[in-house]
Write a protein that binds this ligand. Sequence first.
Ligand SMILES: NC(=O)c1ccc[n+]([C@@H]2O[C@H](COP(=O)([O-])OP(=O)(O)OC[C@H]3O[C@@H](n4cnc5c(N)ncnc54)[C@H](O)[C@@H]3O)[C@@H](O)[C@H]2O)c1
Ligand SMILES: [Zn+2]
Length: 364
Amino acid sequence: MTPIFTVPVTLAERSYEITIRAGLLEKLGRELKQLGMKGKVAVVTDRQVARHYLRDVSQAITRHGLHPVPIILDPGERSKTLKTVESVLDILARDRFERSSLLLALGGGVVGDIAGFSASIYQRGMPYIQVPTTLVAQVDSSVGGKTGVDHRLGKNLIGSFYQPRAVWIDPLVLRTLPRREWVAGLAEVIKYGIIADDKFFLYLQRHMPDLLMQTPGVVATVIKRSCEIKAEVVSSDERESDRRRILNYGHTIGHALEALGGYRSMVHGEAVGTGLVQEADLACFQGLCSREVVEGIRRIVKEAGLSDQMPRWTPSKVWKAMLHDKKVSGGRVIGVWPSRIGAVRMGPLEKHVFDRWWAESQPT
Ligand SMILES: NC(=O)c1ccc[n+]([C@@H]2O[C@H](COP(=O)([O-])OP(=O)(O)OC[C@H]3O[C@@H](n4cnc5c(N)ncnc54)[C@H](O)[C@@H]3O)[C@@H](O)[C@H]2O)c1
Ligand SMILES: [Zn+2]
């Protein structure tokens, strides 16, 4: 039997718990009842996830005298728009959901971001619970309360900080996840080792074959440790004024690559995987870490099945895309640089440094 883990997210009166438990989905109704929920529950999900899990989840909810109202979205990043949020709000209003009613976000990061944002604005905020079903969502997007949608002029440009009442993680749902999405999630997991915990990094190095085979005990442990690190960082800086930015490691280049590919050629985690290696290389170039650190990161990224190589963009295109990221402040690119495995620091990146690095490091 796999263990049950709980991880606290400490945010004063907005504190909540992450529960990691194999088979949790079947027990959803009981958990809701224990929270004192009554009446209607909006279940926001996407078509793909609905195909696998909506029937079981609806039954689990109904069994405990609650009434699920499914809200099924088109899968994929293209759904992350204000228009979709409006369609969610339409159903909530039509079905006369109240401010005390509950919303469940059952799906990956796309569903979680849309559902969380909808919950944050419906009647100025209704409670919601994240039930993440991708590895990215289980270790990253469901924790921390960032919700929102894309705008045609930028990804995640519209949104709010709005914490869920709980995060319920059932690792068993990852069995149906497409291989590509699973591997993409490993990039975020590796990131946690690099930014905060060398022992965890070592654990990942040792257990990568088990992880790739989705050995249940290893998967649960990895999700737990990742959530602990994210929870710890978020608790210390809920609104990303400073420390929370360390979570952005690998994402300065990662986001640029994602954007340049039109959010189609690379999924988020794949772009982050390359970002982890290339940003370490940039740190090494600036004399901030050793070559050994870079090569250690490169090895694990490749072993996970992710690419360490920059796709064939010109440096000026990549720089421009980096400047476009909303985490840029005052027109300056602020990077997160590993000093060793388990520790990072933040610092600006000047264009001339980036250009010199590119000329020396990227194959022509
Ligand atoms: N809010 C945050 O802090 C935060 C952090 C990281 C990422 N994000 C956002 O998360 C999104 C990416 O999330 P994602 O990688 O989970 O992508 P996703 O939500 O698009 O899911 C990927 C695909 O997997 C399918 N899927 C989901 N669960 C499944 C399952 N168990 N079995 C089979 N198929 C399943 C989905 O239908 C989808 O087609 C991006 O929009 C990103 O901006 C947000
Ligand atoms: Zn990410």
